[in-house]
Design a protein around this ligand. Structure first.
Ligand SMILES: N[C@@H](CCC(=O)N[C@@H](CS)C(=O)NCC(=O)O)C(=O)O
Length: 223
């Protein structure tokens, strides 16, 4: 049977997307899927869809941060809430990080997964910056990218080509109906469909004819 294509649209500013990312990485060899990581810009999706981040609704924000503590344990992901979430999420944002990942996807796609993970470790585990070139370089270095390649990636992320590619990925997500992150898209009977959220894996498994064996299906974690 041919492998089902599964696309993960995500932004490292989104903690729920980290859970979805780790689960899909754990299942990418267990399920008969080909996983495509698609870094997009959540801020763009929010603006274009007319949605707003849950943390901007006070009760949702309170719920979300409580939920994070439960989900950290449930998913086995070392997430910690940063000391100043509004600053991290809304002031500093993720534009540079997402452009950096887009540049990596364009020239060394096999490094998208480890660099994404390092960026999440920075922003959502160790409360470290992900906006400066030095921070991006450190994440890439930890993921095994050479100094020479890091210098090219930092230059490439400023090119119009890369900026357009990030906009295109965001538009691709909008075209299928995105309003937040994570968006996990696949084809069902020739039609593109998606689920929203890290809590939709049982449904996704049913859609692609695979078995959901929980968030840690006996695979060694890369964390
Ligand atoms: N129930 C989802 C929530 C995901 C979620 O809230 N994602 C945020 C970004 S971190 C978002 O885009 N929210 C848009 C919305 O809730 O409409 C999950 O468990 O993963």
């Amino acid at each position: 049977m041919s492998r089902k294509s599964v696309e993960l649209f995500y932004d490292v500013v989104s903690p729920y997307s980290w859970f979805a990312f780790e689960v899909l990485c754990r299942y990418q060899t267990r399920w008969n899927i080909s996983l495509k990581l698609r870094p997009f810009l959540l801020g763009g999706v929010m603006n274009e869809s007319g949605n707003r981040p849950p943390a901007m609704v006070p009760n949702k924000g309170t719920y979300m941060f409580k939920d994070m503590h439960r989900l950290k344990k449930y998913f086995g992901v070392p997430l910690n809430i940063p000391s100043d979430p509004p600053k991290v999420m809304f002031e500093k944002g993720s534009l540079n990080a997402q452009r950096f990942l887009t540049a990596i996807d364009a020239s060394m796609p096999d490094k998208v997964e480890p660099v994404t993970r390092e960026l999440w470790m920075r922003i959502w585990s160790r409360d470290e910056d992900i906006t400066s070139p030095e921070s991006l370089a450190q994440a890439a270095k930890k993921a095994g990218v050479s100094d020479k390649d890091i210098a090219s990636l930092l230059a490439a992320m400023k090119d119009d080509k890369i900026k357009r590619k990030l906009k295109q990925t965001t538009s691709d997500a909008m075209a299928i109906g995105a309003f937040g992150s994570p968006i996990i898209a696949t084809e069902v009977n020739g039609e593109k469909e998606f689920v929203f959220g890290s809590d939709r894996f049982p449904v996704l498994a049913d859609m692609i004819g695979e078995r959901w064996e929980g968030p840690e299906p006996g695979v060694s974690s890369k964390l």
